[in-house]
Write a protein that binds this ligand. Structure first.
Ligand code: HEC
Ligand code: HEC
Length: 277
């Protein structure tokens, strides 16, 4: 199938078949410049420019992200800050060891996921392992608010830094698997991630203005769900929309996909926590 029939499927799903590009708004959060448009990383064969999903949102949604007092995700960031000081099962709080606060983690998220101890590791994986080791705690569920608000608090420390995940060396086989998934057509609609987010970004699909499907703002606060959404939850939703069976949150498949999708944003700023429709 070429581009044309795919565009027809999308137009068929859409309330209106109009297409318009990303807007030209610039993002500046309290003096911090956020790069929402830049040259695509070299490994991306089919795109010349990459854009943050923010550029495809309405003015009202965009404005919520420009002011941390307006950004509803900060309620959860505050909860994570409280959790940072709470003693775990063995009496240790995060702050017992990380005395300088979460600011110590600047740059961590920009390079995640990455291979640690021979295994592709997301921030969720890292936190569950680290909490068991240092606090004697049980794992958090992947998309629980306890987990996602801590992932967001850690991500916030990299806000404004360029996404820079490694795709070579030990990461290469995972990256290849993720890339293969990105171009695989799923479901009754036989649509791949690329069919929507590479071939047709800028189009309307139902009420949504299709972006490039970047993850540099995750976890994002979704207005529709009124909570923080994990990357894997978003992947699930997108695959489900093609009327396919989907992979589980925290599955090896989604880890690999997370790495590949993150690498498509190499060069854009980390925006965590973003606000989306
Ligand atoms: C018993 C001490 C201890 C406790 C408790 C602890 N950590 Fe750590 N943490 C460390 C050590 C040691 C390292 C590795 C050295 C470093 O990077 O600071 C580390 C590393 C990290 C890193 C990676 C930093 C990087 O740049 O590689 C993150 C993120 C992190 N911890 C978050 C947390 C969070 C969140 C909590 C609470 C849920 C927590 N830690 C609890 C000791 C602890
Ligand atoms: C049928 C079209 C379609 C397919 C196929 C699809 N998505 Fe999406 N996706 C959407 C729509 C619509 C949205 C919400 C609007 C937007 O941000 O593009 C979205 C949003 C996203 C977002 C959030 C972007 C942001 O800035 O918050 C990510 C990430 C994403 N998709 C990844 C994927 C991945 C990975 C795949 C393949 C597993 C995929 N999508 C497949 C339609 C699709």
């Amino acid at each position: 199938m070429g581009i044309r029939p795919i565009a027809l499927i999308i137009a068929g799903l859409a309330a209106a078949g109009t297409a318009w590009a990303q807007d030209s708004d610039e993002m500046n959060i309290e003096g911090l410049e956020i790069v929402t448009e830049t040259e695509a990383p070299e490994h991306l064969e089919n795109l010349r420019t990459i854009y943050s999903g923010w550029r495809f949102r309405t003015d009202e949604t965009q404005s919520l992200q420009l002011d941390d007092f307006e950004n509803p995700a900060f309620v959860f960031i505050d909860q994570a800050l409280d959790a940072f000081d709470e003693a775990g099962a063995n009496g240790n709080a995060c702050s017992t060891c990380h005395e300088n606060g979460p600011e110590e983690f600047a740059g961590f998220t920009a390079a995640m996921p990455k291979v640690m101890d021979g295994k592709l590791t997301t921030t969720e994986d890292f936190l569950n392992g680290h909490r068991a080791e240092t606090q004697g705690e049980e794992p958090w569920k992947w998309s629980s608010q306890d987990m996602q608000q801590m992932v967001a608090l850690i991500g916030l420390q990299s806000r404004g830094m360029p996404v820079d995940v490694a795709i070579d060396g030990e990461a290469a086989p995972y990256w290849e698997l993720g890339k293969e998934m990105y171009y695989t057509r799923y479901g009754q609609l036989e649509l791949s991630c690329a069919n929507c987010h590479e071939d047709n970004y800028g189009m309307m699909i139902r009420a949504d203005h299709l972006s490039q499907g970047q993850t540099n703002g995750f976890p994002t606060y979704r207005l529709k769900q009124a909570k923080l959404i994990s990357r894997h939850n978003r992947f699930r939703g997108c695959i489900r929309d093609t009327r396919a069976e989907t992979f589980a949150e925290g599955s090896d498949e989604f880890r690999a996909l997370e790495l590949y999708v993150a690498s498509r944003a190499n060069g854009l700023s980390v925006e965590t926590p973003a606000v989306r429709q």
